[in-house]
Design a protein around this ligand. Structure first.
Ligand SMILES: [Zn+2]
Length: 294
């Protein structure tokens, strides 16, 4: 019935005319099968997912107008069921734009309450979700279940984990990642929330992790990512409690057991700076009497 010719997908790779090298790289599109009925949409350094059920297709993150148009054409061409839902992972434009491409009265857009309110307050230029939730939400389709869970602040607004219960696949965007360092100086991130949220997904049942960037991994990869976050946070906090300034910490802290992570050399100092800034801003450690020397 709806199953498509997978080989056709693998051979498809387009490079539309773009003005800059960076954009051209972003426009390297392909769909990869992760598990039966579950696909990873790769768009340059970005990843989203597509879940194909007997009762319709669910698109998770539309990324941008160009990527969404390419994806819509592919889905129309290769499947004989329509897109019925779009799920946004969180509020950031570089994952949630392009929603208009799939907007239709027959398509329901789903996101966390905080994602929708951030879209409204910041006047985001994408299709706003009609269906929102505050904690967890289960989408049942074609006899299978996608569970969306909110774990508190971690990146942007309303960022959720997306668990395909029947395939044991979890999709997380930005705040957990496999094979690469967390993003530069952690702009827009909440380091304590990243740690809490990553622990929370490790409590769930799954065997395959798909990230919004970088590689597909297993539980051991996510455990190792969590170990990095905790080592990074602990090293920066302890240094701050010892009265060391940021420059000293950036010169002293080495976490070489994670040096195989992509961008380790390039981003370690930035990661340290991001954690330092958040501990200073959120925990007021530098203002504490025992640290400030008052
Ligand atoms: Zn991202």
């Amino acid at each position: 019935m709806l199953r498509f010719v997978f080989a056709a997908f693998l051979s498809i790779c387009v490079l539309p005319t773009m003005s800059s090298e960076a954009l051209a790289q972003e426009a390297d599109y392909r769909l990869e099968e992760v598990k039966p009925d579950l696909y990873r949409f790769v768009a340059g350094s970005y990843r989203s997912m597509v879940w194909v059920t007997d009762d319709g297709i669910v698109v998770l993150d539309t990324l941008n107008t160009e990527a969404a148009k390419w994806l819509k054409t592919e889905l129309d061409e290769h499947f004989d069921v329509p897109v019925r839902y779009v799920v946004y992972s969180h509020s950031h434009y570089d994952h949630a734009y392009g929603g208009q491409v799939f907007a239709d009265p027959s398509v329901t857009f789903i996101a966390h309450d905080l994602t929708r309110s951030n879209f409204e307050m910041s006047k985001a230029d994408t299709h706003f979700p009609e269906l929102t939730f505050s904690e967890d939400f289960a989408l049942n389709l074609g006899g299978e279940t996608l569970s969306l869970r909110y774990h508190g602040p971690n990146n942007g607004f309303g960022s959720v984990s997306m668990l395909f219960e029947d395939q044991d696949v979890i999709f997380v965007v930005d705040w957990a990642i496999v094979g690469r360092m967390p993003w530069t100086n952690l702009e827009g991130y909440n380091i304590e929330g990243m740690i809490r949220s990553t622990k929370a997904i490790l409590e769930l049942e799954w065997d395959t992790f798909v990230g919004g960037h970088a590689e597909i991994g297993e539980r051991a990869d996510v455990e190792r990512y969590l170990a990095y976050l905790e080592a990074l946070y602990g090293a920066v906090r302890d240094g701050m409690l010892d009265g060391k300034d940021l420059e000293t910490l950036q010169a002293e802290i080495r976490l070489d057991e994670f040096s195989d992570f992509k961008q380790y050399d390039a981003w370690l100092a930035d990661n340290i700076g991001g954690v330092y800034r958040q501990i200073a801003d959120q925990s007021y450690i530098l203002k504490r009497p025992e640290v400030a020397g008052e």
